[in-house]
Design a protein around this ligand. Structure first.
Ligand code: ZN
Length: 233
């Protein structure tokens, strides 16, 4: 009885405040959440997970010994993926990350890659940015993947620290290499001998994820593979 009233109330609220798809702005049907079924279906998938020698793998493999590298979607300026990522990062919609992670997790489960990882590690945010945003968008995507693939989502083992000004001045070479991010493994026991799937939001040059992957390998991870929400060509 109570749940019936709840459903009626929900329908009523939906009538007054209709929900719109964050990607195409058309009205959402009952049961749809944030992104409509048509948009989810038509997202520009890379299918990189089906091709080990894909462009993203080639971009990163020369600099970091990665097992596999793949991203869910193609990122185009002004496209739906950019709109979704903008909502995810700047408009307080962490659920988008989780939803995309679940969808991609299903794609990955259907491929031969699924059994290749022990745990998923999201690239961490700086503490001040995390505190401002209230969540890490990459961690939300990782959580969706982990839930679907039945893997551990480990957001505690690695930290992102900002260099102090003195350190920055000292390491001009590093600055020139555009490595302003320093990652630190804080729980090496949880990453040692683990096959890690390292997850970031958008993979552009790959230098951030490369820096993060390197500290995990230094801490004894047995292999690093990389997954992004989106990849820029
Ligand atoms: Zn839509």
């Amino acid at each position: 009885m109570a749940s019936g009233i709840y459903e009626m109330l929900k329908d009523f609220i939906h009538l007054i405040y209709p929900h719109y798809c964050l990607a195409c702005h058309s009205g959402l049907a009952k049961g749809e959440n944030l992104v409509c079924t048509i948009c989810i279906h038509n997202l520009p998938r890379t299918n990189f997970h089906l091709y080990p020698d894909n462009p993203m793998y080639k971009r990163i493999a020369g600099r970091l010994p990665v097992g596999h590298a793949f991203a869910f979607l193609h990122f185009h300026k002004g496209g739906k993926v950019q709109r979704l990522l903008h909502e995810l990062k700047y408009h307080n919609h962490p659920e988008i990350g989780m939803q995309l992670g679940r969808v991609y997790g299903h794609d990955l489960l259907l491929s031969s890659l699924a059994g290749n990882f022990d745990r998923i590690v999201p690239v961490p945010l700086h503490a001040h940015r995390f505190n401002r945003r209230g969540y890490n968008q990459s961690e939300r995507f990782a959580a969706g993947l982990a839930e679907t693939m039945k893997l551990i989502c480990d957001h505690r083992s690695v930290e992102r620290v900002e260099m102090t000004e003195t350190q920055t001045r000292k390491s001009k070479l590093k600055r020139w290499q555009n490595v302003e991010d320093v990652f630190r493994v804080v729980q090496s026991g949880s990453v040692r001998n683990q096959r890690i799937l390292l997850v970031d939001d958008v993979i552009t040059t790959g230098s951030t994820i490369e820096a993060c992957g390197q500290v995990l390998l230094d801490a004894g991870a047995s292999s690093i593979s990389i997954a992004g929400i989106a990849y820029t060509d």
